[in-house]
Design a protein around this ligand. Structure first.
Ligand SMILES: Nc1ncnc2c1ncn2[C@@H]1O[C@H](COP(=O)(O)OP(=O)(O)O)[C@@H](O)[C@H]1O
Ligand SMILES: [Mg+2]
Length: 379
C-alpha cells in the first residue's frame, strides 16, 4: 500500500450557515437545514412547523404507520440478508462433512445495515426491500424493528427465500463466503410500484447499494432525481460494471479503495492514483465521489474542487471492521441531510465508523447519535 496520510483535524464545529448545496441537489435540500440548538453540542432535526415550505412532506400511505416522521426521512433501498457464520478449522474437502466449532446467524445485508445505522443515529429512516416468508425474514424484520427503522415498505415475497450468506470463518483467518441472492435479487416487480417511488420522492436523501438488481436502483434513483432528492450510491455489493443509466442519477458515488479500483480498472494504492481513478468516475457521469480508505480515512472528491480529506478518528482498540463502510456511508448521509458542511459530514461519518470498529458484528456495532457526538466533543 502506498504511503499517504490524511491530516487529522480535532475540531468539530457547527457552522451557522446553511451548507453549500451539493451538485444536482435541489432547493428542497437547501431548506432542509437544521434548527441549531442554542447548545451547539446537539443535533436537532428540523421541527415539523419549520417544514411548511417543503412540498408534500406527508407520505401518501403514512396512515399505515402512526409514528411516521415529520422530517424528510432517509430512505434506504437495498438488501437484507441473514449472515450464517460458521467457525471451522478448514474448508471441507469434496464429499466430506465436517463439524463447525460454532455457528451463529445474524441479520445483515448492506441495505439493512445502513438503514439501522441511520435510525440509530436518530434520523427517521425507512427501509425499502424484500425478504422471503421464512425464519430468516423474521430475524431481519426483528433486527430492523429493534433498530427503530420504519418498515412500511419492507415486503415479504413468497417466490424466493430471504437472501442469505454462509460465512466460513477459518482458523487461519481466511473467510470464504457463499451468497444466496434470494429475495434481494429476485421477485422485484419489473416496474417498481408507485407507493415505493412515492416514499423515495418524499425522502430527504436516498441511499442505495449494489446488492439488489441494477434495474431497481435505476428506477429509484431516477424517481429521486426527478423529485430533487439527492442519491448516494454505495458501490459495495455485486462486482459488475456500473450502468451509466444508474450513475447519471447518482449525486454521490461511494466506493472503498478496492471497489474504486475494480470499477475503474485503475490502481488505487496512492492518493494520486485514487485521484486519477476518481477522475475516471467523473467521466462515467458522477460528479462527487466519497472514497473510504480503511485506516487511512476517507476523502470526498467534488469535480472541479480540491478534495476534502478526513483522517480516521483513532479507535483505542479495533475489534472488528465489519460494517465500518456501511456505518460510514449511512452516517455521512445523515449529516448531509441535516445540512452539515462537507467536512462536517466526513468527520461525523469517521466518528461513527470509529465507534463501529470497536464492537463485534455489523448491526450490533452501529453507534447511537449520543456516542458519536460525545466522541466528536472529546479532546
Ligand atoms: N482501524 C480503524 N480505526 C478507525 N476508523 C476506521 C478504521 N478502519 C476503518 N475506519 C473507518 O471506517 C471507514 C470505512 O472503512 P473502510 O474499510 O474504508 O470501508 P469498507 O468497510 O467499505 O471497506 C473508514 O473511512 C474510516 O473512517
Ligand atoms: Mg475496507
Amino acid at each position: 500500500m502506498g504511503a499517504f496520510s490524511l491530516s487529522q483535524s480535532k475540531q468539530w464545529h457547527y457552522s451557522s450557515q446553511i451548507a453549500p448545496i451539493p451538485n444536482n441537489l435541489s432547493i428542497k435540500q437547501e431548506i432542509r437545514n437544521f434548527n441549531f440548538n442554542p447548545n451547539p453540542n446537539q443535533f436537532i432535526p428540523i421541527s415539523p412547523q419549520k417544514t411548511t415550505r417543503l412540498p408534500s412532506l406527508t407520505l401518501t400511505n403514512s396512515s399505515k404507520n402512526p409514528n411516521s416522521p415529520t422530517s424528510p426521512p432517509l430512505v434506504v433501498v437495498g438488501s437484507a440478508n441473514a449472515d450464517i457464520y460458521v467457525e471451522i478449522d478448514r474448508l471441507p474437502k469434496e464429499g466430506e462433512t465436517i463439524s463447525a466449532k460454532s455457528g451463529e446467524t445474524l441479520a445483515g445485508g448492506k441495505g439493512a445495515n445502513q438503514a439501522v445505522c441511520g435510525s440509530k443515529l436518530s434520523y427517521p429512516t425507512y427501509f425499502v426491500g424484500q425478504v422471503g416468508e421464512d425464519a430468516h425474514g423474521k430475524l431481519i424484520t426483528e433486527a430492523l424493528k429493534g433498530g427503530g427503522v420504519y418498515l412500511d415498505y419492507l415486503r415479504n415475497v413468497s417466490g424466493a427465500p430471504t437472501g442469505h450468506a454462509v460465512v466460513m470463518l477459518q482458523s487461519d483467518g481466511q473467510n470464504s463466503i457463499i451468497i444466496v441472492g434470494g429475495a434481494n435479487m429476485n421477485c422485484w416487480p419489473q416496474k417498481i410500484c408507485d407507493e415505493d417511488l412515492e416514499v423515495v420522492k418524499n425522502a430527504g436523501i436516498v441511499l442505495l447499494q449494489r446488492e439488489i438488481p441494477d434495474s431497481v436502483n435505476i428506477q429509484v434513483a431516477k424517481a429521486a432525481r426527478t423529485a430533487g432528492v439527492p442519491v448516494i450510491l454505495d458501490a459495495g455489493g455485486m462486482d459488475a460494471p456500473l450502468p451509466r443509466e444508474l450513475l447519471k442519477f447518482v449525486d454521490i458515488l461511494s466506493p472503498n479503495e478496492s471497489e474504486l479500483s475494480r470499477l475503474t480498472g485503475m490502481r488505487t494504492e496512492t492518493f494520486e492514483q485514487i485521484s486519477q481513478a476518481v477522475s475516471k468516475c467523473y467521466e462515467m457521469g458522477v460528479k462527487q465521489v466519497l472514497v473510504k480508505l480503511g485506516d487511512k480515512g476517507s476523502a470526498l472528491f467534488v469535480e472541479g474542487e480540491e478534495p476534502f480529506k478526513q483522517a480516521i478518528i483513532s479507535a483505542p482498540k479495533v475489534l472488528d471492521t465489519t460494517g465500518a463502510g456501511d456505518t460510514f456511508t449511512a452516517a455521512f448521509a445523515v449529516a448531509l441531510v441535516e445540512s452539515k458542511s462537507k467536512q462536517e459530514c466526513l468527520k461525523f461519518a469517521a466518528a461513527a465508523a470509529s465507534l463501529c470498529v470497536q464492537v463485534k458484528g455489523a448491526i450490533p456495532s452501529m453507534p447511537n447519535r449520543e456516542s458519536v457526538l460525545n466522541l466528536l466533543q472529546s479532546p
